[in-house]
Design a protein around this ligand. Structure first.
Ligand SMILES: *[C@@H]1O[C@H](CO)[C@@H](O)[C@H](O)[C@H]1NC(C)=O
Ligand SMILES: *[C@@H]1O[C@H](CO)[C@@H](O)[C@H](O)[C@H]1NC(C)=O
Length: 207
């Protein structure tokens, strides 16, 4: 009987340890899980460590901010940061920056990358206006990225509800020349098509 009680106590103690053990975060490896009850925190900068739910995906704004911090601290980050990691990879138009996040992990509508140059982003943190000074106003955060897209060799992977207001000021002469050539080819093709149809119809008309 004594042995049984001891055994029961041992099993109980073992179960307690298992319960209080803090398992690592399943969705994110840059997260520290600690304490009882177990809390998981992501480090965004020296004093900002919000708790996150490891049953859900970490918000992109938190991920980008954590990555910028790790880069600053010389810790490991994704390979080829800012560049295109793989031929088929998905990439935002501007690459990574140090974002300002809301407490719930959403992107703030205006982003400045810790500089005086700012721009407005959509909900995926992708720039959708020209860059301006730090007084520029970004009214609302547009929802991007709910559409289903074929993800093969896609460069910008969101479609906003409204057109972005990025102007073509950075288009180089080369790209403009290519556009002109493409337009010319299309026009010439249409002309050829029309004249071919005209020729086919010609013999019929005298009858
Ligand atoms: C943001 O700033 C970092 C340096 O702090 C730079 O490497 C990065 O290219 C910048 N990103 C953008 C989109 O301006
Ligand atoms: C942005 O909004 C503030 C307050 O509404 C206004 O004072 C400021 O002039 C605006 N800035 C620009 C660049 O439109």
């Amino acid at each position: 009987m004594k042995g049984f009680i001891l055994l029961a106590l041992a099993v109980f103690a073992a179960l307690q340890t298992v319960e209080s053990a803090c398992s690592p975060c399943r969705t994110m490896k840059w997260v520290n899980c600690d304490g009882a009850p177990c809390t998981c925190q992501i480090t965004l900068d020296d004093s900002n460590r919000p708790a996150i739910d490891c049953e859900k995906l970490v918000s992109k704004c938190f991920l980008m901010k954590a990555e910028m911090y790790r880069r600053k601290m010389g810790q490991d980050v994704r390979i080829n940061i800012g560049g295109k990691p793989h031929e088929d990879a998905i990439m935002d138009n501007d690459g990574i920056y140090n974002p300002d996040c809301e407490n719930d992990g959403k992107f703030k509508a205006k982003q400045c990358n810790n500089t005086d140059e700012c721009w407005c982003v959509n909900s995926a943190g992708v720039r959708r206006t020209d860059k301006g000074d730090k007084n520029m106003n970004c009214s609302k955060l547009l929802n991007g990225g709910s559409q289903k897209l074929d993800l093969n060799k896609i460069v910008v992977y969101y479609v906003d509800e409204e057109r972005p207001t990025i102007t073509m000021q950075y288009l180089t002469g080369g790209i403009i020349a290519v556009i002109v050539v493409v337009v010319l080819v299309v026009v010439l093709g249409l002309l050829a098509l029309v004249s071919a149809q005209f020729k086919v119809k010609m013999p019929k008309s005298p009858a």
